[in-house]
Design a protein around this ligand. Structure first.
Ligand SMILES: [Cu+2]
Length: 112
Protein backbone atom coordinates (compact mmCIF):
# COMPACT_ATOMS: atom_id res chain seq x y z
CA UNK A 1 0.00 0.00 0.00
CA UNK A 2 2.80 2.35 0.91
CA UNK A 3 4.56 1.53 -2.39
CA UNK A 4 1.38 2.34 -4.28
CA UNK A 5 1.09 5.72 -2.59
CA UNK A 6 4.67 6.56 -3.54
CA UNK A 7 3.98 5.62 -7.15
CA UNK A 8 0.84 7.75 -7.22
CA UNK A 9 2.75 10.70 -5.74
CA UNK A 10 5.56 10.27 -8.27
CA UNK A 11 3.04 10.13 -11.10
CA UNK A 12 1.34 13.30 -9.91
CA UNK A 13 4.70 15.08 -9.72
CA UNK A 14 5.67 14.01 -13.23
CA UNK A 15 2.28 15.10 -14.49
CA UNK A 16 2.73 18.55 -12.99
CA UNK A 17 6.21 18.85 -14.52
CA UNK A 18 4.93 17.81 -17.92
CA UNK A 19 2.37 20.59 -18.18
CA UNK A 20 4.74 23.40 -19.24
CA UNK A 21 6.18 21.13 -21.95
CA UNK A 22 2.82 20.52 -23.59
CA UNK A 23 2.56 22.00 -27.06
CA UNK A 24 0.41 25.09 -27.30
CA UNK A 25 -1.98 26.39 -29.92
CA UNK A 26 -1.49 29.93 -31.19
CA UNK A 27 -4.36 31.72 -32.91
CA UNK A 28 -3.64 34.07 -35.79
CA UNK A 29 -6.35 36.34 -37.12
CA UNK A 30 -6.92 36.46 -40.86
CA UNK A 31 -8.62 39.76 -41.64
CA UNK A 32 -9.34 41.91 -44.72
CA UNK A 33 -6.51 42.07 -45.88
CA UNK A 34 -4.00 41.30 -43.18
CA UNK A 35 -2.72 38.71 -40.72
CA UNK A 36 -2.87 39.51 -36.98
CA UNK A 37 -3.46 43.28 -37.38
CA UNK A 38 -3.82 45.85 -40.12
CA UNK A 39 -0.57 47.41 -41.36
CA UNK A 40 2.99 46.15 -41.51
CA UNK A 41 4.28 42.60 -41.51
CA UNK A 42 3.71 41.01 -38.09
CA UNK A 43 5.95 38.31 -36.68
CA UNK A 44 4.33 35.51 -34.70
CA UNK A 45 6.67 33.39 -32.60
CA UNK A 46 5.86 29.88 -31.42
CA UNK A 47 7.76 26.87 -30.13
CA UNK A 48 8.49 23.81 -32.20
CA UNK A 49 5.59 21.34 -32.12
CA UNK A 50 3.08 24.07 -31.36
CA UNK A 51 -0.01 24.33 -33.52
CA UNK A 52 -0.80 27.55 -35.34
CA UNK A 53 -4.46 28.13 -36.03
CA UNK A 54 -5.36 30.78 -38.58
CA UNK A 55 -8.91 31.99 -38.00
CA UNK A 56 -10.63 33.47 -41.03
CA UNK A 57 -12.51 36.46 -39.63
CA UNK A 58 -12.76 38.78 -42.63
CA UNK A 59 -15.57 39.09 -45.14
CA UNK A 60 -13.36 38.22 -48.11
CA UNK A 61 -11.79 34.90 -48.94
CA UNK A 62 -8.10 34.42 -48.11
CA UNK A 63 -5.53 31.67 -47.96
CA UNK A 64 -2.35 30.96 -46.01
CA UNK A 65 0.64 30.03 -48.15
CA UNK A 66 4.27 29.54 -47.12
CA UNK A 67 6.34 31.36 -49.67
CA UNK A 68 9.67 30.46 -48.07
CA UNK A 69 10.62 28.47 -45.02
CA UNK A 70 11.78 25.09 -43.73
CA UNK A 71 8.49 23.46 -44.77
CA UNK A 72 5.95 24.55 -47.35
CA UNK A 73 2.26 24.30 -46.59
CA UNK A 74 -0.91 25.98 -47.75
CA UNK A 75 -4.47 26.29 -46.61
CA UNK A 76 -7.56 26.13 -48.78
CA UNK A 77 -9.08 29.49 -49.70
CA UNK A 78 -11.61 30.31 -47.00
CA UNK A 79 -13.75 33.13 -45.64
CA UNK A 80 -14.75 31.47 -42.37
CA UNK A 81 -13.59 28.75 -40.04
CA UNK A 82 -9.93 28.01 -39.47
CA UNK A 83 -6.85 26.23 -40.75
CA UNK A 84 -4.44 24.58 -38.33
CA UNK A 85 -0.87 23.46 -38.84
CA UNK A 86 1.46 21.84 -36.32
CA UNK A 87 4.95 23.18 -36.93
CA UNK A 88 7.70 20.65 -36.30
CA UNK A 89 10.66 22.38 -37.99
CA UNK A 90 12.20 25.50 -36.56
CA UNK A 91 13.13 28.52 -38.61
CA UNK A 92 11.55 31.53 -40.25
CA UNK A 93 8.53 31.13 -42.46
CA UNK A 94 7.37 33.89 -44.79
CA UNK A 95 3.66 33.54 -45.26
CA UNK A 96 1.34 35.34 -47.65
CA UNK A 97 -2.24 35.32 -48.82
CA UNK A 98 -2.08 34.57 -52.54
CA UNK A 99 -5.39 36.28 -53.21
CA UNK A 100 -4.15 39.67 -51.99
CA UNK A 101 -0.41 39.25 -52.48
CA UNK A 102 2.72 39.69 -50.40
CA UNK A 103 2.59 43.51 -50.45
CA UNK A 104 -0.88 43.66 -48.93
CA UNK A 105 -1.11 40.56 -46.78
CA UNK A 106 1.91 38.82 -45.35
CA UNK A 107 3.38 37.72 -42.04
CA UNK A 108 6.39 35.98 -40.59
CA UNK A 109 6.18 32.89 -38.45
CA UNK A 110 9.21 32.23 -36.28
CA UNK A 111 9.42 28.70 -34.88
CA UNK A 112 12.07 28.37 -32.18
CU1 LIG B 1 -6.15 37.69 -48.51
Amino acid sequence: MRKLLVLVAAGATLGALAIPALAATKSVKVGDDYFVRSGGVPTVTVNRNDTVRWRFQGDSAHNVVVRSGPVKFRSPTKSSGSYSKRVTRSGLYRIICEIHGADDQSMRLRVR
